[in-house]
Design a protein around this ligand. Structure first.
Ligand SMILES: NC(=O)C1=CN([C@@H]2O[C@H](COP(=O)(O)OP(=O)(O)OC[C@H]3O[C@@H](n4cnc5c(N)ncnc54)[C@H](O)[C@@H]3O)[C@@H](O)[C@H]2O)C=CC1
Ligand SMILES: O=C(O)[C@@H]1CCC=N1
Length: 277
């Protein structure tokens, strides 16, 4: 364990669970994690893991080094304001909520004209559950190097990290790697369905589709060549791949992906406005 951190996890749902899978045992002990969640079933799950739990924040948590806010964007304002009385001026706050800007959160936590400076916005993704996540991070102006290092250390426990410069870039991260696992799962589902339609059984479809995605992404990561070059090497003139790619092109696959990512990024910007008031 590089550094034992005391942590308050506000919201104990899907993403918090994925983060905790990597953090507990690596960056903090289970008993150093306190989960705040109004849902008793959620609390019970965390209790079984050895964390402490509560339905609401309280003063006993004031000495926690880091508070991670992992509630839905629509709950962020009420939850942040409810927690604010229990934060010390040097408490590092990490928000993983999509959209809600660092400026908005810093204003909720700070005093008029004096926004909170111990704040890092992060956009992790669910492969964190198996230590294969990637997290985009951005720090507000004035954040200390120590706080940035702590945030990075936490997120490194569940995968790779990429720092970006502002909220707009973090919305782009959201559209790529935050939401991205869902795009990949959709593609995987489509490949498996296509294989079944061509006569393969469920197990064969699953094994072949997963190994294809896995092998191709590993090859792309390790190869000095671009994805376009790797794609061309699969594509024989007049062959099967060319026939398939012609359909992708005709149906404007690249444009669809582009449009989908734009929609995700636009939605992040909308959430920022919708739930900032
Ligand atoms: N699921 C994902 O892939 C990712 C989610 N996020 C962000 O993480 C946040 C949480 O998302 P999920 O974990 O998917 O949602 P979720 O619905 O699984 O978890 C949210 C949790 O917050 C709890 N909650 C509701 N009101 C609360 C309150 N007043 N105090 C404390 N806890 C409260 C709920 O009971 C629930 O357990 C969102 O803001 C989302 O944008 C970020 C990256 C990826
Ligand atoms: O769908 C969402 O809004 C969240 C943010 C990124 C992944 N899930």
């Amino acid at each position: 364990m590089t550094q034992e951190l005391t942590l308050s996890l506000v919201g104990g749902g899907n993403m918090a669970t994925a983060l905790a899978a990597g953090l507990i045992g690596k960056r903090c002990a289970a008993h150093d994690v306190h989960v705040i969640d109004p849902n008793e079933a959620v609390r019970s799950r965390w209790r079984e893991q050895g964390t402490t739990v509560a339905a609401v924040p309280d003063a006993q948590l004031s000495d926690r080094r880091v508070w991670i806010f992992a509630v839905k964007p629509q709950h962020m304002k009420a939850v942040v304001l409810a927690c604010r009385p229990f934060l010390r001026p040097d408490t590092l706050v990490i928000s993983i909520a999509a959209g809600i800007t660092s400026g908005t959160i810093a204003a909720w936590l700070g005093a008029p004209g004096k926004p909170w400076t111990c704040l890092v916005r992060c956009m992790p993704n669910t492969p964190a559950l198996i230590g294969a996540g990637v997290t985009g991070l951005m720090a507000v102006p004035g954040v200390s190097e120590d706080d940035k290092a702590v945030a990075q250390q936490l997120m490194r426990a569940v995968g790779e990290v990429v720092w970006v410069k502002d909220d707009k870039a973090l919305d782009a991260v959201t559209a790529l790697s935050g939401s991205g696992p869902a795009y990949v799962f959709l593609f995987l589902e489509a490949l498996m369905q296509g294989a079944r339609d061509l006569g393969l059984n469920d197990e064969q479809s699953r094994q072949l589709a997963l190994a294809t995605l896995n092998g191709s992404t590993q090859l792309a990561a390790l190869s000095p060549d671009s994805p376009a070059v790797l794609r061309e090497r699969v594509t024989s003139k007049g062959g099967t791949t060319a026939a398939a790619l012609a359909v992708f092109e005709q149906r404007q696959f690249t444009a669809i992906v582009h449009e989908a990512m734009q929609a995700a990024s636009d939605r992040a910007a909308e959430l920022a406005i919708e739930f900032a008031q």
